[in-house]
Each structure stands twice: as C-alpha cells, then as structure tokens.
Design a protein around this ligand. Structure first.
Ligand SMILES: NC(=O)c1ccc[n+]([C@@H]2O[C@H](COP(=O)([O-])OP(=O)(O)OC[C@H]3O[C@@H](n4cnc5c(N)ncnc54)[C@H](OP(=O)(O)O)[C@@H]3O)[C@@H](O)[C@H]2O)c1
Length: 260
C-alpha cells in the first residue's frame, strides 16, 4: 500500500539548510543523522545543551538550546537561525511532549505546556519561516504528528488534541500555499522506541502496535521529505483504522471501545 499521499514535488536535501526541533533525542536525533548523511546543513534545537552540542559536532551542524514552552523561544531561535545560517529550506517540527493519565487529574499547567510545545511553537515557527520560503518558491515544512491525533487515545486527551490541531493546521496551510512550491507535510508515527514514554510518565505496555526502531522511522521521515510528500503514516497500515473511522464511525467506536 502506498504510504504517502498528495503533492510529491521532490525536495533536494543535499546542501540545504534543515532546522530540526527536538533534535536532542529520539526521532529528531536519528533524523538529524540521516539528513546530515544526505548532505544537509543542520540547525539543531532542543533543551539538552550537551546532547545537542555532541550531535552538532558529529554532524557539522549548529546547536541552539532553549525551551519551546517559553513564549519568546521561537523568536530567539529564528534570530539565531538568521545569524548562524541565514535562512532555512527544510523545517522538521518534531519537538513534542506527552502526558498520560486521566484528564480529570491533569494539572492546568501541564495542559498549557503540552499545547505550547506541541502546537503553538510549531505554528509560531512556521509563521516566522514560511514567508521567506514562499518568496523563494521553495521549501518543506514537516510536522511530526501522531496516530493519537487521528484516532484519539484514552489517557492522552490533550496530547491527542495537540496532534489533531497540528493536522488541521498543516492541511489548511497546504491549501494556502498551493502554487508556491512550498511543501507542507505530516509524518504520522504509531509507536516508536524512544524516551517519549518514560518522559510522559507511563511506559508503553500494549502488545500492538509493536514499537518501531528509531533508525527505521528516521529513514522513512527523510524519504517523506525527499519525496515532498503531504502525508506519511509509519507504519503504513495505520491508515486503515483512520479510514474505518471515516467511513464507518459507529463500527470504529465499537471496536475502539473493545480493543482500546
Ligand atoms: N515515540 C513515539 O511513539 C511517538 C509516536 C508518535 C509521535 N511521536 C512524536 O514524535 C516527536 C519526537 O518524539 P520522540 O519519540 O523522539 O521523543 P523524545 O525522545 O522524548 O524526544 C522529544 C524531543 O522533543 C524535545 N522537547 C520536549 N520538550 C521540549 C521543550 N519544552 N522545548 C524544546 N524541546 C523540547 C526534547 O528535547 P530535550 O530532550 O532536549 O528536552 C527531545 O529532543 C514528538 O513530537 C512526539 O509527539 C512520538
């Protein structure tokens, strides 16, 4: 089954500047290594200064450390990007944070933190970088979303809402920039072996879907960019429950209530 859909104006990666948020760990770090292998010049963002510096040294990229939950961090990052490399050709909006548990027990500050990091920061970053891409008539803006945002998951209501928000944002933005040759894509992972689960405070305990290795996921993410694709599920079969929810929502909800 084809895993990517729409657009598909290929994006050259060699000699392009790629900004990756959440580059200090997991999917972002593995993606940075792949993009560097493909010849991209990297700007790496995250909070962990030491991890970022090590990765910058290994890839020949630049590290910018900061907290995307802080309202001024995106402007500071954009100013640093301008100072260090001038402009950006590829943006991988990957930084994200989870929270697992009953919504009734979620502290308001955690709601705000998830929305700030997962949704507001990518929108602000895109707002800052998109006009120059449109003027150059080239570029790729990718959002790492989640199957949770497509289907909803008990215990992850706010996380799922932030990812669904990114989906709606990306879909709308793609329509807005059509004709500009700026590509807008979403990368929709299922379960990936990273520190994400330990950080959100609850390990992944389901037997299915099985977690994917981060290197394989990064290969597919870079393939998605190179293809200029609008969407990619990883693994590809995840589009099936989404399709069932679309065409037979009653059936989908009965199955979801039974199998989670
Ligand atoms: N793992 C999965 O199963 C899975 C499934 C679907 C979607 N995703 C999405 O994939 C993306 C990457 O997650 P991952 O699995 O690679 O998890 P991860 O290993 O925990 O990486 C998360 C990255 O986001 C950065 N980050 C978190 N909060 C931040 C903040 N306040 N300011 C700046 N950076 C921040 C982290 O930076 P520091 O470590 O430096 O703080 C880290 O580099 C996320 O958007 C996540 O929602 C993951």
């Amino acid at each position: 089954m084809a895993q990517s859909a729409g657009m598909g104006v290929p994006m050259r990666i060699a000699d392009r500047v790629a900004l990756i948020t959440g580059a200090s760990s997991g999917i972002g770090r593995a993606t940075a290594l792949r993009l560097a292998d493909a010849g991209a010049r990297l700007v790496l963002h995250g909070r962990d200064h030491q991890r970022l510096s090590e990765l910058a040294e290994r890839t020949g990229g630049c590290a910018v450390a900061g907290d995307l939950a802080e309202p001024d961090e995106v402007s500071r990052l954009v100013a640093e990007v301008e100072r260090l490399v001038g402009g950006v050709d590829i943006v991988v909006n990957n930084a994200g944070v989870g929270w697992a548990g009953s919504f009734g027990e979620m502290a308001p500050a955690d709601i705000e933190r998830l929305v700030a990091v997962n949704l507001v920061a990518p929108m602000r970053l895109t707002r800052a970088l998109l006009p120059a891409m449109c003027a150059r008539r080239d570029g790729y803006v990718l959002f790492v979303t989640s199957i949770a945002g497509r289907l909803g998951v008990a215990g992850e209501a706010v996380y799922a809402a932030t990812k669904a928000g990114l989906d709606g944002f990306a879909e709308s933005l793609r329509l807005e920039v059509r004709g500009s040759r700026v590509r807008v894509g979403v990368f929709v992972p299922g379960v990936v072996q990273t520190e994400f689960f330990q950080r959100r405070g609850r390990p992944y305990e389901r037997s299915s879907p099985r977690p994917l290795g981060v290197d394989r996921v990064a290969d597919l993410l870079v393939e998605t960019i190179a293809a200029g694709a609008a969407e990619r599920y990883t693994p590809g079969w995840l589009r099936l429950p989404v399709a069932v929810r679309g065409v037979a929502p009653g059936l989908y909800r009965r199955l979801a209530a039974r199998f989670g």
